[in-house]
Write a protein that binds this ligand. Structure first.
Ligand code: GAR
Length: 209
């Protein structure tokens, strides 16, 4: 099995998609869900699935280093092969990122390297882009800058409203994140020095589309 710990901050719809993807053939075992917000709906989703939950509130810590140290302590109890960021909205310290080097995945709501950071759907619309989407990537010390494993590309409709676009990107996230996690668990996806590799092949900088 592949032990996984999932970090969330909010709704946890990506966590739900991951939970829903599990079956007997899937080696992924979600050992714990950790949230930095006690009100995160994703905590209820985890509990409903019988998964252990933890709340580590960043406000209870003096700085990022001590917050991340508390996170690491909880995570490492489970000896995870993989840590999955699913809408976890805190920037992690270099020490945290190094500790989970090669076993830390994130999903980001844009076609990286475009639109790192926040407000990605609005920025894509305001730029007049014809395409938008989401990316699963390995986390490195560069924020939203690690090698991409897989992307989903959506054509932006004429006069598409931000709400509709946000919803469509979310639906695409729910497809590609369980896929990438499964690849990792099956030993097919890994982080190499030159970038992300799938089945021994170096992926293009934007990952698989
Ligand atoms: C997702 O759209 C994810 O891509 C985004 O937060 C949302 C979480 O939704 N993540 C980031 O913006 C990371 N910087 P969820 O809680 O329903 O999975």
């Amino acid at each position: 099995p592949c032990n996984v710990v999932v970090l969330i901050s909010g709704s946890g719809s990506n966590l739900q998609a991951l939970i829903d993807s599990l079956d007997e053939e899937n080696p992924v075992r979600i050992r714990a869900v950790v949230s930095n917000r006690a009100e995160a709906l994703g905590l209820q989703r985890a509990q409903a699935a019988g998964i252990e939950t933890h709340v580590v509130q960043h406000r209870d810590f003096a700085d990022r280093e001590s917050f991340d140290a508390a996170l690491m302590e909880i995570i490492d109890v489970h000896q995870p092969q993989l840590v999955v960021l699913a809408g976890f909205m805190r920037i992690l310290t270099p020490g945290f990122v190094r500790h989970y080097q090669g076993r830390l995945l994130n999903i980001h709501p844009s076609l990286l390297p475009k639109y790192k950071g926040l407000d990605t759907h609005r920025r894509a619309l305001e730029a007049g882009d014809h395409e938008h989407g989401c990316s699963v990537h390995f986390v490195t010390e560069e924020l939203d800058g690690g090698p991409v494993a897989v992307q989903a590309v959506l054509r932006i409709g004429a006069d598409e409203e931000i709400g509709a676009l946000t919803e469509r990107v979310h639906a695409a996230e729910h497809i590609i994140y369980p896929l990438a996690v499964r690849w990792f668990a099956d030993g097919r996806l890994r982080l190499a020095e030159q970038g992300a590799m799938l089945d021994g092949d170096l992926l293009p900088p934007t990952g698989y589309l």
